[in-house]
Write a protein that binds this ligand. Structure first.
Ligand SMILES: *Cc1c(COP(=O)(O)O)cnc(C)c1O
Length: 385
């Protein structure tokens, strides 16, 4: 059996090596390293793929979130509601901009921001909601957008983990994740579903004015050369990363399909385990099936009930099976984000999830033998403990 990896970037690269290598070499040869034609080409390709009017490439997914918030003109003291159970980047940029992060609990089934918790957290100071499409499945965007409309709030999708996913509205219509809200961010960090070979990110919006504002912000607040109208940042996707992304974007649907197929096999293997909760495949139909592209499994995350999760992690590691705990500490208990307004009773789901979640190897190159080995190791440990 091939050695099991959490993410197999080398295996994926081997299959597209020729195209990637020639694209990167072409950039070096052209010396158009910054804002070169490959960046523009990628922007257009991604706009078309997502069905959004504007893609603004930038340096990484954290910048993308920050720039989206700057573009909306959020001001110090404005409250921004986001999920307690996510990667810290989401809350970090809110705090950096001196906005007030308001962390709320998540839904135990889809792991995403809980609608009732948002309702409870809205105050006259609330200006925006940041749903994170965690692990590759969209938050309940029908409800988030409806609440936002009712209270006149902006919605910023953190789409770092769900690029290529569909969202099915309650009326059955489909849209790409990141094309739902006022503005969205994504990351091209190497291990993300569409990863480059370094750092990269992008902002998406259908709003022409906002897109114009953001194009200036990413480039030192310049709309005309050496005229700085607003305080901006330097956040660019470089041409070599754009060349890699151009080579990989045509494969994104196939990559996500491979992830979904691995997830389906995992789910099947755990079907008879009472104390293992397998991930929900879709907000609408809940299953993982061949016609639904709603979950793109950035991570495949189980909940293990009444099992010593950390001992399971140690057991898998001893069998040379890598695994991850995303995330072990709720953001509201992180030193940097403590706030006396938080009440532990309001974070019951997150507090439970951090003890129960375990993410198994998930990437485009997993084979059946590896999946069988991983699932047997998990099942044996649980049955014998
Ligand atoms: C990866 C990630 C980010 C940050 O992306 P970077 O490109 O690493 O800055 C933001 N939010 C979420 C949910 C992520 O998973």
């Amino acid at each position: 059996m091939r050695k099991i990896q959490m993410v197999d970037l080398k295996g994926q690269y081997k299959k597209i090596k020729e195209v990637v290598d020639s694209s990167v070499l072409e950039v070096i040869d052209s010396a158009a390293f910054i804002n070169g034609p490959r960046v523009h080409e990628f922007q257009k390709n991604l706009e078309e793929y997502l069905g959004v009017k504007h893609v603004i490439p930038c340096a990484n997914g954290t910048d993308a979130l920050q720039i989206a918030m700057m573009g909306l003109g959020l001001k110090p003291g404005d409250e921004v509601i986001t999920a307690d159970f996510t990667f810290a980047a989401t809350v970090e940029v809110i705090a950096l901009l001196q906005l007030t992060p308001v962390l709320v609990d998540v839904d135990p089934v889809n792991f995403n921001i809980d609608i009732d918790a948002i309702k409870k957290a809205i105050t006259p100071k609330t200006k925006a909601i940041v749903p994170v499409h965690l692990f590759g499945l969209c938050a309940n965007m029908d409800a988030v957008m409806e609440l936002a409309k009712e209270h006149d709030l902006y919605v910023i999708e953190d789409n770092a983990q769900a690029i290529g996913a569909d969202y099915t509205y309650s009326n059955g219509n489909k849209v790409k994740a990141g094309a739902i809200s006022h503005v969205a961010s994504t990351s091209f960090f190497p291990s993300k579903n569409l990863g480059c070979y370094g750092d990269g990110g992008a902002i998406f919006t259908n709003d022409d004015d906002l897109a114009h504002t953001i194009r200036g912000i990413v480039n030192h607040g310049m709309y005309k050369r050496y005229h700085h109208d607003v305080v901006g940042v330097n956040s660019r996707l470089d041409s070599m990363q754009a060349a890699v992304l151009n080579a990989k974007l045509p494969h994104l649907d196939t990559y996500n399909k491979a992830r979904r197929s691995a997830a389906q096999k995992y789910n099947e293997a755990f079907r008879d385990m009472d104390n293992v909760i397998t991930p929900c495949g879709c907000n609408k139909c809940s299953t993982i099936n061949d016609t639904c592209n709603c979950h793109v499994f950035h991570q495949y995350t189980l909940r293990v009930i009444d099992v010593d999760r950390d001992a399971l992690v140690a057991h898998l590691n001893s069998q040379e099976i890598p695994c991850g705990v995303y995330y072990p500490i709720p953001l509201h208990r992180q030193k940097a984000y403590l706030d006396s307004r938080y009440n532990e009773d309001d974070f019951r789901v997150t507090n439970q999830l951090v003890k129960e979640v375990i993410s198994l190897p998930m990437h485009t190159e997993l084979d059946d033998e590896q999946i069988e080995f991983i699932t047997s190791a998990v099942k044996n440990f649980i049955k014998n403990n």
